[in-house]
Ligand binder design. Structure first.
Ligand SMILES: [Ca+2]
Ligand SMILES: [Ca+2]
Length: 471
């Protein structure tokens, strides 16, 4: 399709999540068109600014968009047999390498900058899935963003906000692992108009092996105050809780928690946490919480955890949805005294949520000193239902006047192209009415005057219409 002059983005609609799509960008220059190499994108998370986050290509052309800071190019290959989604991932091979960074995001096809544009004050989520192929020394891996000056914004950048500029570290031993989700969700502070994303690692001693990365993303989330969130679990909800070591199956959806005490959030102990409603005994190694919630019968496309919780002893929260533990590098929705709201993007785990009744179970880990302890627990879980920008015909208006005509009202996504066809009986063939490009927001109108060789409207008794995307 042809974008309008000056367009800097294009949204492809009606994609199937998890499927690989191959694109090619052409730039029209006078009478010539210059084409990019084909590139692959995995259709996954809404609003992902990392254009090649799926790493699905079959050759090394994807390295055009990622830049190696410290490792040799030959140490990075597209894996042919390991993927979190799609068919491939980015496999980084370490050969006797010490602490370092490996890949940084670099210029993208179809964009002018090597960085991702961001807006201070917005809620962002970034992360990926990691999987170790086995490395000869224990190591830790994470994604980290930085911000460098650009031609558009030459201001010096403030110090990056700790710990919001990196995902919780994926801490691994020497064995191969399964896929693990790493995420940080945070409000972008002032002074950062752009970010670049990088994979970094530390290792106990120079080591050899491989680490795979897939589904890298950096995206804006809807504001936590947006009115289209559905509260699955609100703050200040009632939970069953337990402060001693629980039975081994305590997190199962079928576990009978009727003997556990029930209380209303916010739970806590100590002098630091504010607004405690239900007091807990302090100085326990962990606290256990359970409750059910109702999910809507339609699919969801966002799932956000918000929490006001304490320290966690380096383990932060552990969350189970319907008895399945979420495998992450850490759910660090914690602050020192549990008075700040912290976020975690659970969207990749939406398939664990089922329409109707669900069970959430949470471990709050705790550290304390003999002389004091702060404990705080409250959280909310909210979702946005799937609302695709569905193209539709919104009006069929007979136009009185000289000639028989019909005005069709079309609601289609901005900057998309649609083929409108008509048929005069359901058994006859479909014929072209017109091809429409919606270059504006809002409704588009199309007049059917019998053009393109179709019967005039005064010669037919009925007419059917349909919309087809014209790619
Ligand atoms: Ca992949
Ligand atoms: Ca504590």
């Amino acid at each position: 399709m042809t974008l309008t002059p000056g367009a800097t983005s294009y949204t492809d609609y009606l994609l199937k999540p998890g499927c690989q799509y191959i694109y090619e960008v052409g730039a029209v220059y006078e009478t010539n068109t210059v084409h990019s190499a084909p590139f692959a994108i995995l259709s996954s998370l809404n609003g992902n600014l990392v254009a090649n986050g799926g790493f699905e290509e079959n050759d090394n052309s994807h390295w055009d968009k990622w830049f190696t800071g410290d490792l040799d190019w030959t140490n990075m290959v597209a894996s042919t047999n390991v993927a979190y989604q799609g068919d491939k991932s980015m496999e980084i091979t370490l050969i006797n390498k010490g602490n370092n960074g490996s890949i940084s995001q670099y210029g993208q096809y179809g964009t002018t900058d090597a960085c991702l544009p961001v807006t201070p004050g917005r809620l962002y989520s970034f992360g990926c899935f990691f999987k170790s192929g086995g490395i000869s020394q224990p190591s830790e891996h994470w994604l980290e963003w930085s911000s460098t000056r650009t031609g558009e914004d030459t201001n010096n950048r403030p110090a990056r906000p700790y710990p919001l500029y990196f995902t919780p570290h994926y801490v691994i031993g020497t064995n191969a692992t399964d896929w693990t989700y790493a995420n940080r969700t945070f409000v972008m502070p002032p002074g950062f108009p752009n970010v670049e994303l990088e994979h970094r690692y530390s290792i106990a001693a120079p080591g050899s092996g491989s680490i795979c990365i897939d589904n890298v993303f950096f995206r804006a989330l809807p504001s936590p105050d947006a009115t289209n969130w559905i509260d699955l679990v609100p703050f200040a909800a009632a939970w069953r809780y337990f402060v001693a070591a629980p039975p081994t199956n305590w997190f199962a959806a079928s576990f009978n928690d009727a003997s556990w005490p029930m209380g209303v959030g916010k739970f806590g102990a100590g002098s630091g946490p504010a607004n405690i409603v239900t007091a807990l005994a302090p100085q326990k190694p962990a606290y256990y919480f359970r409750r059910t919630f109702i999910a809507p019968s339609v699919p969801c496309e966002e799932l956000l955890l918000s929490a006001t919780c304490t320290d966690g002893g380096g383990k932060s929260l552990e969350v189970y949805l319907n008895g399945v533990k979420l495998v992450t590098s850490g759910i660090e929705t914690v602050s020192g005294q549990g008075n700040e709201v912290r976020y975690f993007d659970l969207t990749p785990f939406l398939d664990l949520v089922q329409p109707g009744t669900n069970c959430i179970a949470v471990v709050l880990n705790n550290v304390w000193q003999p002389s004091w302890d702060d404990v705080a627990f409250d959280l909310s879980l909210k979702a946005i239902t799937y609302a695709p920008v569905g193209p539709r015909i919104t009006a069929i208006n007979r136009e009185p006047g000289t000639g028989p005509e019909i005005n069709l009202g079309l609601s289609v996504p901005t900057n998309s192209i649609w083929r409108i066809e008509s048929a005069d009986t359901l058994s006859s063939g479909w014929q072209l009415v017109d091809v429409v490009t919606n270059n504006s927001t809002g409704a588009t109108w199309l007049r059917d005057s019998g053009q393109n060789g179709r019967l005039p409207l005064n010669e037919i008794s009925m007419r059917f219409y349909r919309l087809i995307p014209d790619y």
